[in-house]
Design a protein around this ligand. Structure first.
Ligand SMILES: NC(=O)c1ccc[n+]([C@@H]2O[C@H](COP(=O)([O-])OP(=O)(O)OC[C@H]3O[C@@H](n4cnc5c(N)ncnc54)[C@H](O)[C@@H]3O)[C@@H](O)[C@H]2O)c1
Ligand SMILES: [Zn+2]
Length: 360
């Protein structure tokens, strides 16, 4: 098992465990303040038949009482209505501030459970057990929790840190390939914005990673978690450096919305990274060869570099409406070079149109 500690102001706040089973969870629970307490495992309808029994059986060996809350899988459940149903269960089961929630699933489960934990009785403890690649490398780290509100994504939320992030990497074996590839977009992004050697390692190991070889997955997820950890530790409340994680997301979010969420998040981010990289080429930051290599890398992980049936004007309009607008200027993340991202507020509409053109 690998352990990555997460700190704030030099003090450890929690660990990330990378393991090949759920067994280490028992040791953690037994030695924790939640031993003998109530535990509620929150999961979705797709993950429940796969892993709920195993996780509940482990919790039962340490907890006083174990209950579960299963919601319909998918982003459509990431709403306050689901949170209210969860509050109701917790009240009926008399959960108090010393009890524990466990998020078992992808980013939807983690974001919702974290938000319920942040708000129930003004805050109770929770553990993340992420089971998608996106959740393992991205959403479970950093303390952002929340739900969608009406048509607005992630509009309501809170910063709330888990007590533990426990990854059983073997859960990725049941994830479908398209979801896995979608998570790879965030992984490739980590290399592009922070670590050239890691980005190159990913390209060289695409086959092993896509084949699910344990060692390759472990090396990759550990490195990605380290990068996300370093960025969020430096900037826990997203005032500066953390914005670099939005590389590919400005145009990516517009595509996601215009496609009515029919494309997966990582697929949209891949296209958005192409747009941002094309602007970086025209600024003379990265070379056309770097750009071509980036396309090749994304394709080797099953990610699209092109989006069909959208007009560049519509993407431009949606991008300018996006929340990353800052005093009328878009906060755009560009690649200064492979492995180093910068924030830029000077990207013009013409440059943006050219960038968007590269991913259509
Ligand atoms: N909090 C953050 O910092 C942050 C960052 C990025 C994304 N997010 C959020 O994360 C969400 C997306 O997360 P996601 O892509 O994990 O989506 P998800 O949670 O909906 O999971 C995707 C699908 O995979 C299924 N699944 C999960 N694990 C599985 C497994 N091991 N085997 C088989 N099926 C499995 C789920 O049931 C679901 O149908 C979005 O709501 C997004 O806003 C949050
Ligand atoms: Zn993302």
């Amino acid at each position: 098992m690998k352990v990555i500690p997460i700190s704030k102001d030099g003090q450890k706040i929690y660990d990330i465990y990378l393991d090949d089973s759920f067994d280490g969870l028992l040791t953690f629970l037994k030695g924790s303040p939640y031993s003998g307490r109530r535990v509620c495992v929150v999961t979705d309808s797709q993950v429940a038949p796969l892993y709920l029994d195993a996780v509940e059986a482990i919790c039962a060996q340490a907890a006083g009482k174990v209950v579960h809350f299963v919601f319909e899988a998918g982003e459509a459940s990431k709403h306050l209505d689901t949170i209210q149903d969860l509050y109701t269960l917790l009240i009926n089961e008399q959960f108090d501030r010393n009890d524990l929630l466990i998020a078992l699933g992808g980013g939807v489960t983690g974001d919702m459970t974290g938000y319920a934990a942040a708000t129930y009785l003004r805050g109770i403890a929770f553990i993340q057990i992420p089971t998608t690649l996106l959740a393992q490398c991205d959403s479970s780290i950093g303390g952002k929790t929340g739900v969608d509100f009406r048509q607005y994504k992630n509009m309501v939320g809170a910063f709330w840190q888990p007590k533990l992030v426990y990854m059983n990497l073997n859960t990725l074996r049941t994830l479908d390939e398209r979801q896995f590839s979608s998570g790879m977009a965030e992984v490739i992004k980590h290399g592009l914005i922070r670590d050239k050697a890691y980005y190159e390692w990913l390209g060289a190991n695409a086959k092993a990673i896509m084949a699910g070889e344990y060692e390759a997955l472990e090396t990759m997820i550990e490195r990605s978690c380290q990068i996300k950890r370093a960025v969020v530790e430096n900037d826990p409340l997203e005032k500066g450096e953390r914005a670099l994680l939005n590389f590919g997301h400005t145009v990516g979010h517009s595509i996601e919305k215009l496609k009515d969420f029919s494309m997966l998040h990582g697929e949209c981010v891949a296209a958005g990274m192409i747009a941002a990289a094309a602007i970086s080429v025209s600024r003379g930051f990265i070379s056309p060869e770097d750009f071509a290599d980036m396309k090749k890398t994304l394709l080797s992980f099953g990610l699209p570099c092109q989006v069909k049936e959208l007009s560049p004007e519509a993407i431009l309009r949606a991008t300018k409406l996006d929340k990353k607008m800052d005093g009328g200027k878009i906060r755009f993340i560009l690649l200064k070079k492979i492995g180093e991202a910068v924030m830029d507020r000077t990207v013009t509409d013409e440059e943006l149109m050219k960038g968007i053109g590269a991913c259509l």
